[in-house]
Ligand binder design. Structure first.
Ligand code: HEM
Length: 121
C-alpha cells in the first residue's frame, strides 16, 4: 500500500491562487484547481478558502453525499497531524476538537507533534 503524503499548513497555504488551489476538509487535502469552474456553488466560495481549512464552510452548507463522493476525486494527501488542532496552530485552524473525525481520521502519529490537550476536553 502506498503511503499517503502529509502536508503542513505552510505547504498548503502556498497553493492559494485560482491557477493552483488546495483546500482542507476534515483533515484531508484536496487540489481543487480543476474543480473550481465546475463547483455548483460557484468559484468564489472556494477561493475564499484557498490554502486553508474549509471544513466548517463545507459542513455549514450541508453538502450532499454526492458532493462528499466528489471530494475523493481531488484528494492529494492528509493534513499533517500537528496542523489538525486549533490549539496547536492558531494561524492554521484545523479541525475542532469536538469533531469526532479529528480523532477517527487522524493520520499516523508519526508525522510530527501531537497536541495531547484535545483528549482532556
Ligand atoms: C472540493 C470541495 C467541494 C466540493 C467537492 C463541493 C461540491 C459541491 C456540490 C456537488 C454542490 C451541489 C449541491 C450538493 O450536491 O451538495 C455544491 C454546492 C455548493 N457548495 Fe460546494 N463543494 C466544495 C466546497 C465548498 C466550499 C468550501 C464551500 C464554501 C462555502 C461550498 C459552498 C457551496 C455552496 C454555497 C453551494 C450551493 C448550494 C446551493 O445553491 O444549493 N462548497 N458543492
Amino acid at each position: 500500500m502506498s503511503k499517503v503524503t502529509a502536508y503542513t499548513g505552510e505547504q498548503i497555504q502556498k497553493h492559494s491562487t485560482r491557477e493552483d488551489i488546495w483546500i482542507v476538509v476534515h483533515g484531508k487535502v484536496y487540489d481543487v484547481t480543476k474543480f473550481l469552474d465546475e463547483h455548483p456553488g460557484g468559484e468564489e466560495v472556494i477561493l475564499e478558502h484557498a490554502g486553508i481549512d474549509a471544513t466548517e464552510a463545507f459542513e455549514d452548507i450541508g453538502h450532499s453525499d454526492d458532493a462528499r463522493e466528489l471530494l475523493k476525486d481531488y484528494f492529494i494527501g492528509d493534513l499533517e497531524v500537528e496542523y489538525y488542532l486549533d490549539a496547536c496552530r492558531p494561524e492554521f485552524p484545523g479541525l475542532h476538537s469536538a469533531d469526532a473525525d479529528a480523532v477517527t481520521n487522524m493520520p499516523s502519529l508519526a508525522y510530527g507533534c501531537f497536541c495531547i490537550d484535545v483528549f482532556r476536553i
